[in-house]
Design a protein around this ligand. Structure first.
Ligand code: SAH
Length: 216
């Protein structure tokens, strides 16, 4: 077991305090405390790795804000039996937080360089239950569907119907929805026998979900 980062790092202590203040569940806080976010952040932003802020990771993309990672993780109501699909691997941080809480994470990223860097981080942290793919997440991962949980970490214009189709009955999806660059609503979708139940989890800010070709 890794030493909690808060005992080594005052920045992490402050972040844990902020997560607690926002009523994040203990199991999610424990995993975030043990996951070195500095490893997922470029060299130039090392000193800001423990800020409760999204940070640039290159290619005009960002690592999500820790509180939003926590809220999305909690909203998924994970169990160790869950098969999870993530769209938008980015730095790999969100996937690294999900991995200890579920059976397996399948994560798709359209930027090959980001995917390559994330794969190295998973290996370095000895996380072995994440499977990655470089591709267009708007198509989901049909060969592995259905998924018990789906998390989209880029803002879509609407709830992607292809992803709802790949969600198991009783499954949960969280996805930021909106066409505004700066403000979107985080939406929770539960797939039922005859449709979906949708609830609103509040304002978030994500980079856009882009359909189409894979990038180097
Ligand atoms: N989960 C990430 C945050 C990623 S930011 C983290 O924890 O760091 C959103 C990511 O979604 C970007 O890397 C972007 O390239 C990717 N993305 C956007 N649209 C996509 C699509 N259609 N398919 C796959 N990845 C996509």
């Amino acid at each position: 077991m890794m030493t909690p980062a808060s005992t080594r790092n005052p920045g992490m202590m402050q972040l844990v305090f902020e997560l607690r203040k926002n009523n994040v569940a203990d199991d999610v806080i424990d995993i975030m405390e043990r996951t070195p976010r500095e490893l997922f952040v470029p060299q130039a932003f090392q000193d800001r790795a423990f800020e409760n802020a999204a940070l640039p990771i290159g290619h005009h993309q960002t690592i999500s804000q820790p509180l939003v990672v926590a809220i999305m993780t909690e909203a998924l109501e994970l169990t160790d039996r869950c098969k999870v699909l993530e769209i938008g691997t980015g730095s790999g941080y969100q996937a690294a937080i999900l991995a200890p809480m579920c059976r397996r994470v399948y994560t798709i990223e359209r930027h090959r360089m980001l995917q390559d860097e994330a794969i190295k981080r998973f290996a370095q942290l000895r996380i072995h239950n994440i499977t990655t793919r470089c591709g267009d997440g708007s198509k989901g991962w049909p060969e592995q569907a259905p998924f018990d949980r789906i998390i989209v970490t880029a803002a879509a214009i609407d709830i992607p119907p292809v992803l709802v189709d790949q969600l198991a009955i009783g499954g949960i999806m969280v996805v930021p929805i909106g066409d505004d660059q700066h403000d979107q609503r985080l939406v929770k979708v539960v797939r039922t026998d005859d449709g979906t139940e949708i609830s609103d989890l509040g304002w978030v800010r994500f980079v856009p979900f882009v359909e189409g070709e894979v990038l180097p």
